[in-house]
Design a protein around this ligand. Structure first.
Ligand SMILES: *Cc1c(COP(=O)(O)O)cnc(C)c1O
Length: 432
């Protein structure tokens, strides 16, 4: 499979090139030349297939021959080595829980898949690979964990001091080995600027292969299709396809769901649920895109002012706005309603939502209120324990999941740096 750039200026890339480059030189996003149709065969034993088998069949057309089949299958098995339960909350609303992986968020899937592809591709290269990632909290843990102990790859995570939750910080700083956590005296934007400066440092790049674990990388984006299939395996109403509500920030997750649907997965409607960062809901209302700077909200992993993956959604629909609106709706949910939803769902149904899931729940409930003959599920994108606000709002964040039980007893290892490229460069040079 070849990938073209959504800006249509760069040359086409193979899967391997797209993974290693991350982003085309014209600053567009990589997009598959063909959206593969799922063969009728696929559905024959669908409900009996293993998670790894489904993942393999879904991703194979995109990877092509760039990685041998048996290794792709192994990568898939290692990527989806945890549960994706579909849990009923009300008569017509279920939740697809995506937080049973190592760092308790859906980003584990993309990060695990990408790290293993990169490991495979970097074996063929002579120089060392350094992966650099800036995080506002959730991405860093998933990337650190996904790349932990991956041979030939050093990982440097930049996070803003004092601005990530307790669990998130421990997930970043307690791994050690090939993972270095840099605690930046600054904001998330400073971290991102530092990462970008490093990635543009030509002198450094002559010495080492430097890449980012950015969410726009196709190896993080494409595997997010997998769990939409797992949900449909468990969907009991064969006559009526589900409405799926996706808490959205950068719109990568919902875009992967739409891609799966265009390939043949039955879905009645997608709802992109955003917080107060409402660029896309506004676009749906007015037909005009007005980029804003991001606002801080309770669901902070979705505080995105300029959702980068939306261009991929436009590409899927060939920029046909009418078609797009038939398949996708968008709703912005305020912090006040998010907190109220968290309280209500706990009181009525004894289910603890995290702020991101709450945004998804509310948007789905709102849609089903207007379409009472439909049923659906929302994605619970992270475990409530990851967000310090949950305890304040709900009064509890539930039991501590097994995956992080021993996190609290491990020592924190981080290096404090100024928001200054010289500090970062020195550390990177030591890793070569
Ligand atoms: C990253 C993240 C999101 C947003 O996903 P996008 O693909 O950027 O739309 C939602 N919820 C949680 C918990 C996240 O970490």
């Amino acid at each position: 499979m070849n990938f073209f750039s959504t800006n249509k200026q760069s040359v086409k890339a193979t899967f391997r090139e797209a993974v290693l480059n991350g982003q085309p030189s014209d600053k567009g996003l990589y997009f598959p030349e063909i959206i593969p149709a799922i063969p009728p065969d696929f559905w024959r034993d669908f409900k009996k297939k293993t998670k790894a088998q489904i993942a393999f069949e879904v991703i194979k057309p995109y990877v092509g021959d760039d990685i041998p089949d048996e290794i792709v299958l192994q990568i898939c098995a290692e990527t989806v080595n945890f549960d994706f339960p579909l849990v009923k909350i009300t008569e017509n609303i279920s939740t697809l829980e995506l937080f049973h992986g190592a760092t308790l968020a859906f980003k584990d899937v993309g990060a695990r898949f990408m790290s293993r592809c990169l490991q495979y591709f970097s074996r063929e290269k002579s120089e060392k690979t350094i992966v650099i990632a800036a995080t506002s909290g959730d991405t860093g843990g998933a990337v650190a964990n996904g790349f932990f102990d991956v041979e030939g790859v050093e990982v440097v995570i930049l996070y803003p001091q004092g601005k990530v939750s307790r669990v998130q910080e421990l997930q970043l700083t307690t791994l050690g080995k090939n993972i270095s956590a840099l605690e930046v005296n600054g904001t998330f934007d400073d971290c991102q600027t530092l990462a970008k400066t490093a990635l543009a440092d030509e002198d450094l790049k002559r010495k080492v292969f430097l890449t980012s674990a950015n969410s726009i990388n196709v190896a993080r984006w494409l595997p997010q299709q997998f769990y939409y299939f797992y949900a449909l395996q468990r969907w009991e109403d064969d006559e009526n396809a589900p409405v799926i509500s996706v808490p959205s920030g950068n719109f990568g997750n919902v875009c992967a769901g739409i891609l799966a649907h265009v390939s043949g997965l039955p879905v009645s409607k997608f709802i992109a649920a955003t917080n107060a960062n409402d660029v896309i809901p506004n676009f749906f209302q007015r037909g005009k895109m007005e980029i804003k700077s991001s606002i801080a909200t309770l669901s902070n992993a979705m505080d995105v002012g300029n959702p980068s993956n939306f261009v991929r959604i436009l590409e899927i629909f060939d920029n046909d706005f009418i078609n797009l609106k038939e398949k996708l709706e968008a709703l912005s949910v305020s912090d006040e309603i998010t907190a109220q939803t968290m309280r209500e769902v706990f009181e009525k149904y004894n289910y603890i939502l995290d702020p991101h899931g709450a945004v998804g729940f509310y948007a789905l409930e709102n849609y089903l209120h207007k379409n009472p003959d439909k049923k659906g599920f929302f994605l619970e994108t992270a475990h409530p324990i990851k967000f310090d606000s949950v305890e304040n709002i709900t009064g509890t964040c539930g039991a501590i999941p097994e995956a992080i039980e021993d996190l609290f007893s491990r020592p924190k290892q981080s290096v404090k740096i100024r928001a200054n490229y010289e500090d970062l460069r020195e550390i990177l040079l030591q890793k070569i």
